[in-house]
Design a protein around this ligand. Structure first.
Ligand SMILES: NC(=O)c1ccc[n+]([C@@H]2O[C@H](COP(=O)([O-])OP(=O)(O)OC[C@H]3O[C@@H](n4cnc5c(N)ncnc54)[C@H](O)[C@@H]3O)[C@@H](O)[C@H]2O)c1
Length: 252
């Protein structure tokens, strides 16, 4: 089998969660061999099983994306076991808590930056290092509509997602002139554990989360379909984009 015949290799962080699982399954349907990274080993393994049961090829690796050591190790392992990473869904993230800024816990703020910003940075750093040697690849960072607007009660989350967009744009500029592309997908609220958790917390707090219009809730699949497009050759001229997937919520 020549390199050109080999199925593409996709790396999905947070692949045990709702959106990451949908992305992993969607990329597997594009014939990619998929490596699923998650700190929750059982969840990562469950996603890998779903892919294998559907006739695809997947491996699951438990790891913490906010650790430089873990990130270097899983990138190395994935390339050794599956081959060169062609698609990277840099997706793992946490939500923190709902609280007004003057009461927002310092340690939660620090943790959000550690996972959502440092984690995305480390993934970019290690995967881009490899992609640059080959001159090709597609990276999709999962930001949020919280990357382009404020949300009362979510200071840490909003700050972290604005940073993800800044990292995306910087990385995109650094790869111009190559066949590497770095884009961000910006989901609005998606039917998922994360949104149920945030809304549960908001009910118990004085903060009103729903100030951004009431567009229908998206599904993880809606995000996965856009990630698949951004990963595909059809998006060959799309670089540095902030691709909103929110049913129109942010234009309300
Ligand atoms: N759910 C939404 O409505 C929504 C909207 C916009 C953006 N997002 C973003 O989408 C991404 C996925 O969210 P989701 O809704 O699937 O949430 P989720 O909680 O279902 O999935 C997140 C996954 O990331 C993993 N993870 C968290 N921290 C990690 C770490 N340090 N190392 C490795 N894995 C880690 C978790 O174990 C989990 O499996 C996140 O970046 C989130 O901020 C979600």
């Amino acid at each position: 089998m020549t390199a050109a015949d080999r199925p593409p290799v996709a790396l999905v962080t947070g692949g045990g969660g709702d959106i990451g699982r949908a992305i992993a399954l969607r990329l597997a349907r594009m014939s990619a061999a998929v490596a699923i990274i998650d700190r929750d080993e059982a969840a990562a393994t469950a996603t890998a099983r779903l892919i294998e049961n559907a006739g695809g090829h997947a491996i699951a690796i438990p790891a913490d994306v906010s650790s430089a050591l873990d990130t270097a190790a899983f990138v190395e392992t994935v390339e050794a076991q599956l081959g060169p990473i062609g698609i990277f869904a840099n997706n793992a993230g946490i939500e923190g808590v709902v609280a007004p800024l003057h009461e927002y816990p310092d340690d939660t703020f620090d943790k959000l930056l550690q996972v959502n910003v440092k984690g995305v940075f480390l993934g970019l750093k290690h995967v881009l290092g490899r992609m640059r040697q080959r001159g090709a690849g597609a990276i999709i960072n999962t930001a949020s509509t919280s990357a382009i607007r404020g949300r009362a009660g979510l200071a840490g989350y909003v700050a972290s997602k604005h940073a993800v967009l800044g990292l995306t744009r910087t990385a995109a500029l650094e790869v111009t002139g190559t066949k590497i592309r770095v884009n961000a997908v910006l989901p609005g609220p998606v039917e998922s554990r994360m949104i149920r958790e945030l809304e549960g917390q908001a009910r118990d707090s004085t903060v009103e989360l729903r100030r951004n219009g009431d567009a229908a809730r998206g599904q993880p699949q809606d995000v996965a379909d856009v990630v698949a497009f951004l990963a595909s050759d059809e998006a060959a001229h799309v670089n540095g984009a902030a691709w909103v997937v929110d049913g129109g919520m942010t234009v309300a």
